[in-house]
Design a protein around this ligand. Structure first.
Ligand SMILES: Nc1ncnc2c1ncn2[C@@H]1O[C@H](COP(=O)(O)OP(=O)(O)OP(=O)(O)O)[C@@H](O)[C@H]1O
Ligand SMILES: [Mg+2]
Length: 317
C-alpha cells in the first residue's frame, strides 16, 4: 500500500517554521540551553548537531511546549511554542520513546490519532498506510512490550507522521535502526521535504545528516557555534582526485583553462578547480586525449571532520 501524500500549501512562504530569540533553559545549577537564537525556514531539512548533553533535546522540548523556557521567545509555525494550534500541525519522535506497552502497534496509532481528533474512517486508512510505510503491518496486533528497540523506533516514526504534520521533530530517529531502517528514515525525510514539510533532525549519525539535511547548526554547552548550508555552494573551489593512466605533462598543461592547480604522480592527478561546472569539461578533454580515466572524486570535508573542527574533540560533557 502506498501512503497517500498530502501536499502542503504554505500559509505564508515568508513565515519561518521555527523562530527563537534568546531561548534559555536552566535546570537548577545547570544551564542546558544558553539563549539560542535560531530561524528555520518552511520546507527546510535542518540538522541540529552537538555532543552529548549540548542541550539539543531540551531545545526541542521547549519548542514543543514540553519544557518551560527560563527566558526567551519561541515561535512554531507562527504560534507561540506549545500553543495548541502549533501542536496540531507538529509531529514528534522523542529521543526516549516510551509508550503504553500493553497496547498493540495498531492500537497505539489509533489512540494517538484520536487525540488528534481523527475519525474512525480516517484512522482506518491512515493507520494501515503508516504501518505499511514503516514495515510493521505484519506486527500490527503485537503488543509493544514484545517489540525490539528498532521496531519501537519505527512505530514512533509512524506516530510522528499520523497528522500529516507541517513540521516534524525527529530526536535521534535512527539510533535503534538497522541499515534498512535507516534508509527508511532517509526516504521518509525526503518524502516529507517533497510534500513541503519542515524537518528538524537531531542525530549523531553524521553520514545520514550529510545526505538528508539542507542546513545544520552546531551547538555545544547550550550555545550556538555555527550554522552551515550543506549543499555545495555554486562557484566555490573544489579539490578533485582523478585516477587515470596514459597521461603526460603536455596533456596536463592542456587542463589549464579549468584547473587552478594540478599535480600528477603515477595514476593520481590532484586538481583544484574553480567550480563543479569544470568537471565534465575536464573529463571530456582527458578522454579526447586518450587518457584512461578510472575515477574522479571531489574531495569534500566530511561532516564528521567539520563537526570535530567546530565542536572540538573534547566533546561537551
Ligand atoms: N529534566 C532535567 N533536569 C535536570 N537537568 C537536565 C534535565 N534535562 C536535561 N538536563 C541537562 O541539560 C543538559 C542538556 O541535556 P539534553 O538532553 O538537552 O542534551 P542533548 O544535547 O540532547 O544530549 P544527547 O546527545 O546526549 O541526547 C544536560 O547536561 C542534561 O543533564
Ligand atoms: Mg538528546
Amino acid at each position: 500500500m502506498t501512503p497517500s501524500i498530502q501536499q502542503l500549501t504554505p500559509q505564508s512562504s515568508s513565515r519561518p517554521a521555527i523562530q527563537t530569540h534568546g531561548l534559555r533553559k536552566v535546570f537548577g545549577e545547570k544551564i542546558a540551553v544558553k539563549g539560542l537564537t535560531l530561524e528555520v525556514a518552511q520546507g527546510e531539512v535542518f540538522g541540529f548537531l552537538g555532543p552529548n548533553g549540548a542541550g539539543k533535546s531540551t531545545f526541542i522540548k521547549m519548542l514543543l511546549g514540553l519544557v518551560a523556557p527560563t527566558r526567551g521567545e519561541a515561535f512554531v509555525l507562527g504560534h507561540a511554542a506549545g500553543d495548541v494550534n502549533a501542536r496540531k500541525k507538529v509531529g514528534f519522535l522523542p529521543e526516549h520513546f516510551r509508550f503504553y506497552d500493553w497496547l498493540t502497534a495498531a492500537e497505539l496509532l489509533r489512540f494517538h490519532g484520536r487525540l488528534y481528533g481523527m475519525t474512525d474512517s480516517q484512522l482506518r486508512k491512515r493507520v494501515s498506510e503508516l504501518l505499511d510505510l514503516v514495515s510493521l503491518w505484519p506486527h500490527r496486533e503485537k503488543r509493544l512490550r514484545e517489540f525490539s528497540k528498532g521496531m519501537l523506533q519505527r512505530i514512533g516514526l509512524a506516530q510522528a507522521l499520523l497528522n500529516d504534520p507541517e513540521l516534524i521533530f525527529l530526536d535521534e530517529p535512527t539510533s535503534g535502526l538497522d541499515p534498512v531502517g535507516r534508509r527508511l528514515v532517509r526516504d521518509i525525510i525526503r518524502q516529507q521535504r517533497s510534500r513541503g514539510a519542515t524537518v528538524f533532525l537531531n542525530s549523531h549519525l553524521l553520514s545520514e545528516v550529510e545526505i538528508t539535511c539542507d542546513r545544520v547548526a552546531f551547538i555545544k554547552h547550550g550555545e550556538m557555534l555555527e550554522t552551515r548550508r550543506l549543499q555545495e555552494e555554486r562557484g566555490s573551489e573544489i579539490d578533485v582526485l582523478i585516477r587515470a593512466q596514459n597521461w603526460n605533462t603536455a596533456i596536463l598543461e592542456g587542463l589549464a583553462p579549468w584547473a587552478l592547480s594540478i599535480c600528477g604522480e603515477g595514476e593520481r592527478l590532484t586538481l583544484r578547480v574553480a567550480c563543479a561546472e569544470a568537471l565534465p569539461e575536464i573529463i571530456r578533454y582527458l578522454v579526447s586525449q586518450d587518457v584512461k580515466v578510472y575515477e574522479m572524486t571531489p574531495q569534500r570535508t566530511s561532516l564528521e571532520d567539520l563537526f570535530l573542527q567546530i565542536v572540538g574533540e573534547d566533546g561537551g560533557l
